[in-house]
Design a binder for this molecule. Structure first.
Ligand SMILES: [Zn+2]
Length: 205
């Protein structure tokens, strides 16, 4: 083995029996439950999040997804602290991945949503958050980690496909804008060697 790849680009492995990403820190969220009987994940949803909005780092995303966000810690927190939300994983600005929900279980990330005429996307999707905003370019390390995570997901769950990736804004148009115009869909597709995926409507013109 003579790989010169940096650690952040190292091959990721998911154990499909536990749904856990090996060697990644896990902060398991209570905001999760079982997928409907017989339903396999077949969609990957890309999100963007920052808490407080526009600020990076800090413990607040972990706290929100665990139902422990202190409402008084920032003026923007009071409205979201009661929410019972989560995602399967978060990719920090430096490319570090934190897992909140086993990939075989249902995370509560999509809300009211629809993909290809099918509603309730939480039932059949994996939700990945990128720490960021709609406007600020995402970091190189985040694209590298996202592509590695998607590759690992497709290996662990053959029902998933690198051709079936959507942004939150694609499945909840008018209600959600993330991951925003800053997210470079052609770059993700190039990293994955994929054709379809989210943001296609914005690429048509
Ligand atoms: Zn979102």
């Amino acid at each position: 083995m003579h790989s010169a790849a940096p650690a952040s680009a190292a091959k990721l492995v998911i154990d499909p029996t536990t749904g856990l990403l090996l060697a990644a820190p896990q902060v398991l969220s209570p905001h999760r439950d079982a997928r409907p009987s017989g339903v396999l994940p077949d969609l990957i949803v890309v999100h963007g999040i920052s808490l407080p909005p526009g600020e990076f780092g800090g413990p607040w995303i972990d706290r929100l997804f665990c139902g422990e966000l202190p409402a008084a810690a920032h003026p923007s927190f009071a409205a979201i602290a009661p929410l019972r939300v989560s995602a399967h994983a978060l990719i920090r600005r430096d490319g570090a991945i934190i897992q909140y929900v086993p990939f075989g279980e249902r995370a509560w990330h999509a809300g009211q949503s629809s993909y290809a005429g099918r509603s309730a996307c939480n039932d059949f999707s994996v939700g990945i958050e990128l720490e960021g905003t709609d406007e600020r370019p995402y970091e190189d390390a985040q694209y590298t980690a996202l592509a590695a995570l998607i590759t690992a997901l497709c290996a662990a769950y053959p029902s998933l496909s690198r051709e079936r990736i959507a942004g939150h804004s694609d499945i909840a148009p008018g209600r959600k804008s993330d991951p925003g115009a800053a997210f470079d869909w052609p770059r993700l597709r190039a990293l994955l060697g994929a054709q379809g995926g989210g943001g296609t409507q914005r690429e048509d013109d």
